[in-house]
Design a protein around this ligand. Structure first.
Ligand code: SAH
Length: 216
């Protein structure tokens, strides 16, 4: 028997997917991932009833989970085909990690707040998600032992593009990073072309600060 509440959540999730599609998300794999990952299990219980609204929610420890539209837009921008190895800086709740785990071959994710990292690990394990490596520590300098990466997602705002992350991109690798101060940030899409990098501003952004060696 399906436990009480699961069907209701599934319906809410379907409506969120329709809203994301209406907002311009066209990547079917991204929409499908949103249809499959139970966002209500990644937010504190007190706000779980709002998990399928297109809003950012508090995670505790002064951190927030981005609104679904932002995660969807970032994932779409990375043009993932399914075979990639990606790095995520700022695991947070683990929600985007779970989406990525469905969209690529291997996910490496680093979170600096141990309590958040441990909670994310428990959630991912409970969902049987196995293609994820989690590490507690400063992700602003990347994960050299597991580099290069086909895509790198930074979920917190850096003062400048972290050089170490740029250097850990594979040829044609994409780095998405919000850059700017706490007031205003720009989301940059950096693409490695083998010899150098091209940089494009793709959106305004509002993220919590990236701390650490290449952070604030
Ligand atoms: N996308 C996440 C939310 C990220 S919030 C989700 O789906 O829940 C940004 C996260 O980045 C926070 O958890 C914060 O603790 C973490 N963070 C900030 N600086 C970091 C650093 N240098 N290394 C790793 N994680 C960092």
């Amino acid at each position: 028997m399906v436990p009480v509440g699961v069907e209701a959540y599934r319906r809410h999730r379907r409506r969120l997917v329709e809203r994301l599609a209406a907002a311009g998300i066209e990547d079917l794999a991204v929409l499908h991932a949103f249809d499959e990952v139970p966002r209500h299990l990644f937010v504190p219980e007190a706000v779980a009833h709002r998990a399928y609204e297109d809003v950012a929610l508090p995670l505790g420890h002064g951190q927030t989970i981005s609104r679904p539209r932002v995660h969807a837009f970032h994932l779409q921008l990375a043009r993932l085909a399914g075979e990639e190895r990606v790095l995520e800086v700022g695991t947070g709740s683990g929600f985007q990690t779970a989406l990525l785990a469905r969209l690529v071959r291997e996910v490496c994710s680093i979170e600096v707040v141990a309590e958040l990292a441990n909670a994310a690990r428990n959630r991912l394990e409970a969902l049987g998600i196995g293609n994820v490596h989690l590490r507690i520590g400063d992700g602003s300098t990347g994960w050299p032992d597991r580099a290069p990466f086909d895509a790198i997602f930074v979920g917190a705002a850096a003062p400048d593009v972290p050089e170490a992350l740029r250097r850990q991109l594979a040829p044609d690798g994409r780095l998405l990073v919000p850059v700017g101060d706490t007031g205003s940030q720009r989301l940059l899409l950096i693409t490695a072309d083998g010899e150098g990098w091209s940089e494009r501003e793709v959106d305004d952004a509002r993220f919590v600060p990236l701390v650490g060696e290449e952070g604030w």
